[in-house]
Design a protein around this ligand. Structure first.
Ligand code: CA
Length: 483
């Protein structure tokens, strides 16, 4: 009896111990599962090029002289869009659209600020940025590069949702004169700093450091390089990669782009090194088309360039990868727009799409995954002062200055050469009505350095009359002065 009782007590203690152990293990396991789920939150990396032509990425298969093996891997590992658009043919408005997921003219951000920014210039503070929404769901957010969304402290990236910022506030910057002076100094967070490296290399270094620092947190990293925007400045080692190029502008373009490609390569390598490739959604695109005369870029076979709503101003190299989620190596012809990144990225991370305002971009992940082949947009719109365009299906109606509207079938006429407006007046009428209905929802531009450009267009259009389509395209030149 005594023995039995002792045994029983002993067994009782053992059972209690065992139950405790099981509970502890189960709790630990649950915690681990929760942690694993947490760790699975995908990172988002958005790499933006500046003033890059449609033909200037190797993966586009349109120029033989460009050397972009690293950027090309994004297309190889994921999808490349042949009809990837931005919402404006110049820098600042496109970026405002990307950051908010909205046609930026909805909030008056229709133009660049110009060399002397208006007092009120900046991404309006009542607009919600993708970075702010990322932060709401626990993301650490960083930006490295060109901001161009306001120069005053209240508009700084650090006040608009980015935990960390390295770069400059203006629309263009020297790549080699990097003293902490003037309004457009290189800054770390809110403080000017001296930078010794070539700017493209410095941006790469900072983006890599951000990933090293935050690789175990879910992160959102936005890297808007200023390459290949002017000024054309480049270390000899990159120029030496193109010994046979005799056109000086093209040579600098190729070399600066090659430096940018190296920079992107280092960032992608860092993602791989931390084994994050299958947990990182990556986008690459350019903010507007190439200003061909300004920097030697090429938009072939598209017509027009930066500053114009012809395809060459608004259709860009546009690609995305997410290893294991987006099937590799697909080329998609469905039109998408940079506004879509907002909804796509926020949906991927479980973030909130604001419901109190119109969000124009949509989640294109189902398309990229191959779950649907439906076009995410039947209609896309552009308004840029006296230029505007609407793409409805494959038809595009364009008004450039005060000349007649022109109609093109982009499926058959990628270079917008054959105006169908006279043949199809009903289509012109319907599309114009659709455009007007959209345009009526927009605000008046908040600032207007663009007015002079519009006056010039008017003058050119008057001078040339209706015969002047070619001339109009020339008149737009590169919109370099506006950045
Ligand atoms: Ca640009």
């Amino acid at each position: 009896m005594r023995i039995n009782r002792r045994l029983t007590r002993h067994a009782f203690v053992k059972i209690h111990f065992a139950i405790g152990l099981v509970i502890a293990c189960a709790t630990l396991s649950l915690l681990q599962t929760a942690h694993a789920a947490e760790a699975k939150k995908p990172n988002v990396l958005v790499i933006l090029a500046d003033d890059l032509g449609y033909a200037d990425i190797g993966a586009q298969n349109l120029s033989k002289d460009v050397r972009t093996p690293n950027i090309d891997t994004i297309a190889k590992n994921g999808v490349r869009f042949t009809h990837g658009y931005v919402s404006c043919p110049v820098c600042s408005p496109t970026r405002a659209g990307f950051l908010t997921g909205r046609y930026q003219e909805r909030f008056g951000h229709e133009f660049n600020p110009g060399p002397t920014a208006a007092d009120n210039f900046g991404l309006p503070l009542d607009q919600i940025t993708i970075a702010q929404q990322m932060k709401k769901v626990g993301y650490v957010t960083g930006m490295v590069g060109k901001w161009h969304e306001g120069n005053k402290p209240e508009f700084y990236p650090t006040r608009r949702g980015f935990d960390e910022f390295f770069g400059f506030l203006g629309g263009a910057h020297s790549y080699v004169h990097l003293k902490p002076e003037g309004k457009n100094a290189i800054m770390r967070n809110d403080k000017p700093v001296t930078e010794d490296e070539y700017l493209t290399d410095a941006f790469s270094r900072e983006a890599v450091a951000f990933i090293d620092k935050h690789h175990s947190d879910p992160f959102f990293l936005y890297v808007p390089f200023n390459a290949v925007h002017n000024p054309q400045e480049c270390p000899q080692k990159y120029l030496d990669r193109f010994p046979d190029e005799s056109d000086k502008k093209r040579k600098y373009l190729l070399a600066m782009l090659s430096a940018e490609d190296d920079a992107v390569g280092k960032i992608l390598e860092k993602v791989r090194e931390h084994k994050l490739e299958e947990n990182t959604l990556i986008f690459f695109f350019s903010d507007n088309g190439g200003p061909t005369e300004g920097n030697g870029s090429r938009n072939t076979p598209l017509s027009g360039f930066k500053g114009q709503v012809w395809e060459g101003g608004i259709r860009e190299p546009f690609m995305a990868q997410w290893k294991g989620k987006i099937p590799a190596g697909r080329v998609l012809d469905q039109p998408v727009i940079s506004l879509d990144i907002f909804a796509t990225a926020l949906t991927a991370v479980g973030g909130e799409i604001p419901k109190d305002r119109v969000i124009d971009g949509v989640d294109i992940m189902p398309l990229m995954k191959g779950e649907t082949s439906e076009r995410p947009h039947e209609t896309l719109y552009w308004r840029f002062g006296q230029q505007w365009a609407i793409r409805d299906g494959d038809m595009k109606l364009v008004q450039f200055g005060k000349t007649d509207m022109q109609l093109f079938d982009l499926d058959k006429d990628i270079s917008e050469k054959h105006d169908l407006a006279k043949e199809k007046p009903e289509v012109v009428k319907q599309m114009k009505e659709k455009y007007d209905a959209w345009s009526a929802q927009l605000m008046k531009p908040r600032w207007g350095a663009k007015a002079k450009f519009d006056e010039k267009l008017d003058a050119d259009a008057k001078q040339e009359g209706k015969a002047g389509r070619k001339h109009e395209r020339k008149a737009g030149k590169s919109d370099d002065s506006e950045n």
